[in-house]
Design a protein around this ligand. Structure first.
Ligand SMILES: *[C@@H]1O[C@H](CO)[C@@H](O)[C@H](O)[C@H]1NC(C)=O
Length: 311
């Protein structure tokens, strides 16, 4: 069994004693007629592996250079990054290029550009229009919906899975947020007319009744179904970071300049989290809808719960 080093290195044929002692261990994978690999045979394999790693490195350098030189509009904020997504579009209408822009980490918020097609926006407005009712807010002690001056819009809920088009939008939201469709409330279509707004609030519940079905609200996807000529921005007054670093800063209304704001654009959506990753409530998710100064604003919210939400 004992062999000298030089002999071992030079060996090209298996030693019968070694083979015999190894055989039971490898009986399922090794053929007795095949010689077991020796050190000299490892050299070409190692060279091949090195070559492979080298090719990978070169490919990576070329790829990262291409990505860097492509150039996309940026929020110029150190806390933001852009992520281009090439998704297959299964929805209604024409697909436009979609990309994701993280706008804040506190709260965690991102813009999904061209999340909905124009046709989908028009379809949702058409579904909701005949059923609009004055919006209400949740009373934090009773958990009941009440009429309030802090929210002057109109709205209506569309049942989850309402139809094929609604389902495809709901599936897109689930894929983009990693929150299952079953955790979502029905889509809530909202209309804000001249001067209408929603004062800064949290999407999570402060009462104990509403979380009974589905638990707390964890995240929100807010889709803009129309452009708004002036005003109507979504504002996060308590967002950390440089709020004036957004590229659209100069187009914002006075109300919107009081925080980190997103200007409504038909088809765009924002995702923000009302909970931190440790499942505690995130007060920096405070947000409001600025008054519409010119035009009409249509939006659509998807609120997502921690658990399955029964419809
Ligand atoms: C915030 O961003 C703006 C625009 O990029 C820049 O001019 C300004 O200096 C920044 N402020 C701070 C405090 O970093």
């Amino acid at each position: 069994m004992f062999r000298s080093r030089s002999k071992d290195r030079a060996a090209t044929s298996p030693d019968p004693a070694t083979m015999a002692s190894k055989k039971p261990k490898h009986s399922r994978t090794h053929n007795t007629k095949k010689p077991s690999p020796s050190r000299s045979k490892h050299v070409p394999a190692l060279l091949l592996m090195l070559l492979f790693v080298l090719i990978l490195l070169v490919a990576f350098v070329i790829f990262s250079h291409q990505v860097r030189t492509k150039g996309t509009p940026s929020a110029k904020d150190i806390t933001s990054f852009l992520h281009k997504t090439v998704k297959s579009f299964d929805g209604l209408g024409e697909k436009e290029q979609q990309w994701t822009e993280v706008i804040s980490w506190e709260p965690r918020a991102a813009v999904f550009h061209n999340f909905l097609s124009r046709e989908e926006c028009e379809y949702l407005i058409g579904l909701a229009k005949p059923r609009m009712e004055k919006s209400e807010v949740v009373d934090s002690t009773t958990g009941k919906s009440v009429d309030s001056g802090v929210r002057t819009s109109s709205g209506t809920f569309l049942t989850r899975g309402h139809d094929k088009i609604v389902r495809s939008i709901e599936e897109r939201i689930a894929k983009s947020t990693f929150i299952p469709v079953e955790h979502g409330e029905g889509l809530h279509v909202l209309r804000y007319e001249l001067g209408q707004m929603y004062e800064p609030h949290f999407d999570y519940f402060l009462d104990e009744f509403n979380p009974k079905n589905g638990g707390q609200r964890m995240a929100t996807v807010l889709m803009y179904l129309s452009d708004v000529e002036e005003g109507g921005e979504t504002v996060f007054p308590d967002a950390k970071g440089n709020i004036s670093a957004v590229p659209w800063w100069n187009e914002l209304s006075e109300c919107a300049k009081k925080g980190l704001s997103v200007k409504p654009k038909m088809g765009d959506a924002i995702l923000f989290w009302s909970m931190k990753p440790d499942a505690t409530l995130d007060p920096s998710s405070l947000h409001g809808a600025c008054p519409v100064i010119k035009g009409t604003k249509w939006s659509c919210a998807k609120w997502m719960r921690v658990n399955e939400y029964q419809v």
